[in-house]
Design a protein around this ligand. Structure first.
Ligand code: COA
Ligand code: AMP
Length: 629
């Protein structure tokens, strides 16, 4: 079968397509239909099915003879520890943790926040929640206490599962004080916390509230899988929107399983039993879908990697992991490759390892620049596949479905629409534009299984964020083009979201933090181009009249505030004090024009600009920081 036949087959009969895909799931009760449009434009999938995701990720494989196969290989390039956990062991561990949570009163529908680094226990915690129908919400370790507090208040968890610390190169990140501070700041208080004590930095526990990981599970009866409706939520994952209030993307059980299993075979070309590695973090959607759920649902071995592409200890780490553990497919962000390429431009470290079993490299999370793709292709000698998706969709919107057909690559394009997605480029009036014309990228409703049915307890926000601008479509927030062959290219975001080292961040959220500085009258944060991380945030602040404090001091405080409130992951290190911000006559800050100046690109003087001279002041201030770079 060719890609075109598969895609046209889906278009001709979407219901039949997804019902056939659904046969790959082990249902407690089979769905009678795929799409439920009874609450359109909120679409749900396989609503009358009864299922359990943990069953499909673990129990069914153990029953089918995979008990001794490795489910997870934990490889810490920071501590040097390597641990293999078989499907049989993982099932036993997950069932025991699930039993302990249930014994403490966690039931179907309760939320559980997970705040953990890249250790197998993080995966166990996610699956234990899935087993008893509790809704997990993993928070990335690079976020600060305030961000954790915001999430605690939004999803009101009954419990929080955390580790005492995470390990960054050369630095122990003490999670427990961050957790304590977050609970202090939050209005909602969890009933209890479970803390995995890591030997690098065990934490003090709060008597009566905190339980040590092992002690918590001591004597617990293993829990069975709880039957769930197809559209019961599996997890909430917060992602950046345009403000400081993150969006709680909800994922269901049934549609998510159907879609992810379909992708493993058809998009990634991976078979059960093979080793799959998504070098991301369980705190991101890539980690949810491709470190945890998709590989385990497929019966693959998944790598849980704690480390960085460079510096732990060198730019050969990825190749060591691939060679040592027999990885067939690697999925990572282009920024990781830019980092490796910078340290090892000739690819010398690649040749030190036997990569003969390695088959395909997938890139996503940010635009894959053609030089990086070319470097990876040359030095690895395998197909390098860019694919485009979002936290909201949970799996690729566009890609090159190597399991069906390896389509010709056009560097800079993540190739073509996956079945389930009818992608359109629209103009401001919502009309489709001709091939090759830049516009807003939208997807015709309904979106496929796996797509977020809504935001956590925020249907209205979901509708406003995604469904209102272009009625009948989902607004992706990305701008781009589709060429005459149907190849999609993603050029930029249409909102205040920036992409820093493959991490999705909100400039709006950073502006809220800067605006809270007592000396700041107004501010703007933009994303400037960066050779390594794709983009970096850069802040402009105007001071209150009469403020005579040294600018360096204020800049330092601004940088510190963003780190303290959002977290180190924001990588906010560039800020400037300016007299005025460029605005339109109606008072809108001209952020896009400032980006073009910082990136050294030509720009048109906006017709509605209040005072063109301010742009010269901005250019002069940027020049002092070395921009354009
Ligand atoms: N817990 C605590 N802090 C964290 C963290 C975590 N889980 N992850 C990152 N941080 C911190 C880092 O220590 C760093 O802090 P610093 O300012 O004190 O140095 C900051 O957040 C930024 O981290 P990072 O984005 O990792 O940048 P880096 O400069 O340390 O490394 C790269 C650069 C390119 C090597 C790194 O960004 C990378 O590997 N990127 C790939 C990203 C990826 O896989 N994205 C997932 C999408 S698929
Ligand atoms: P996240 O929700 O964190 O996965 O971020 C999603 C955003 O990252 C998208 O809306 C895009 O802006 C960007 N993105 C993800 N994958 C790609 C890609 N392959 N090419 C270009 N941009 C991408």
């Amino acid at each position: 079968m060719r890609y075109k036949d598969v895609y046209e087959g889906w278009k001709a009969d979407p219901e039949g397509f997804w019902m056939r895909a659904a046969e790959a799931v082990d249902w407690i009760e089979k769905p009678s239909r795929a799409l439920d449009d009874s609450k359109a434009p909120f679409y749900r999938w396989f609503t009358d099915a009864v299922c359990n995701t943990c069953w499909n990720a673990l129990d069914r494989h153990v029953a089918a003879g995979r008990a001794d196969q490795a489910a997870l290989i934990h490889d810490s390039a920071i501590t040097g520890a390597k641990t293999t956990i078989s499907y049989g062991e993982l099932l036993a561990r997950v069932a025991r943790l699930a039993g302990a949570l249930a014994a403490r009163g966690v039931v179907k529908g309760d939320r559980v926040i997970i705040y953990m680094p890249m250790v197998p226990e993080a995966v166990e915690a996610m699956l234990a929640c899935a087993r008893i129908g509790a809704i997990h919400s993993v928070v990335f370790g690079g976020f600060a206490a305030h961000e954790l507090a915001v999430r605690i208040d939004d999803c009101t968890p009954k419990a929080i599962i955390a580790a005492s610390c995470g390990l960054e190169p050369g630095r122990v990140v003490h999670y427990k004080p961050l957790l304590d501070a977050a609970i202090d700041q939050a209005r909602h208080k969890p009933e209890f916390c479970v803390v995995l004590q890591r030997e690098q930095a065990p934490a003090a526990l709060v008597e009566g509230r905190d339980f040590e990981w092992q002690a918590f599970q001591h004597g617990a009866e293993p829990a069975e899988c709880v039957p769930l409706r197809g559209d019961d939520p599996l997890y909430i994952l917060y992602t950046s929107g345009t403000t400081g209030q993150p969006k709680g993307v909800v994922r269901d059980n049934a549609g998510h399983m159907v879609a992810l299993i379909w992708t493993m075979q058809n998009l990634y070309g991976v078979a059960p039993g093979e080793v799959f590695w998504a070098a991301s973090d369980v705190g991101w959607v890539v980690g949810h879908s491709y470190i945890v759920y998709a590989p385990l649902l497929t019966g693959c071995t998944s790598i849980v990697f704690e480390g960085k592409p460079v510096g732990t200890p060198d730019a050969g780490t990825f190749w060591r992991v691939i060679a040592e553990h027999g990885v067939k497919v690697l999925f990572t962000a282009p920024t990781a490759f830019r980092a490796i390429k910078r340290e090892d431009p000739a690819g010398d470290l690649i040749r030190k390892y036997d990569l003969s079993g390695f088959r395909t490299l997938f890139l996503a999370g940010e635009r894959a620049d053609p030089p990086t793709i070319a470097w990876a292709e040359t030095h690895l000698g395998v197909p390098v596949i860019d694919h485009w998706w979002q936290t909201e969709t949970g799996w690729a919107i566009a890609g090159n479905p190597i399991g069906i057909e390896h389509l010709p690559v056009k560097p800079g394009s993540p190739t073509v629409a996956m079945p389930g997605y009818e992608i359109r480029v629209l103009d401001d009036a919502g009309q489709p534009v001709p091939a090759g014309t830049l516009g807003a990228i939208a997807i015709k409703l309904p979106l496929p299984p796996g797509m977020a049915p809504t935001l956590w307890q925020a249907d209205e926000r979901f509708a406003k964020s995604y469904l209102e601008t272009f009625p009948g479509y989902y607004e992706t927030g990305d701008a781009g083009v589709i060429d005459a062959d149907g190849y999609v290219s993603i050029m930029a975001r249409t909102d205040d979201v920036i992409n820093v080292a493959g991490h999705r961040l909100s400039t709006g959220a950073m502006e809220e933090v800067l605006a809270g500085h007592p000396d700041v009258a107004e501010c703007a944060v933009i994303g400037v181009a960066d050779q390594l991380k794709g983009q970096l945030p850069l802040g402009f602040v105007c001071l209150n009249a009469g403020c005579e404090r040294p600018h360096d001091e204020i800049v330092g405080e601004c940088v510190g505030r963003v780190r303290d409130r959002i977290g180190p992951v924001a990588a906010f290190k560039l800020a400037l004090v300016v007299e005025r911000l460029p605005k339109t006559r109606s008072g809108k800050i001209l952020r896009a024009t400032m980006v073009r100046i910082a990136d050294g690109e030509d720009y048109k003087m906006p017709a509605t600009i209040e005072d063109p001279a301010i742009l010269d002041e901005i250019a002069a201030a940027l020049a002092r920081l070395g921009y354009p770079a």
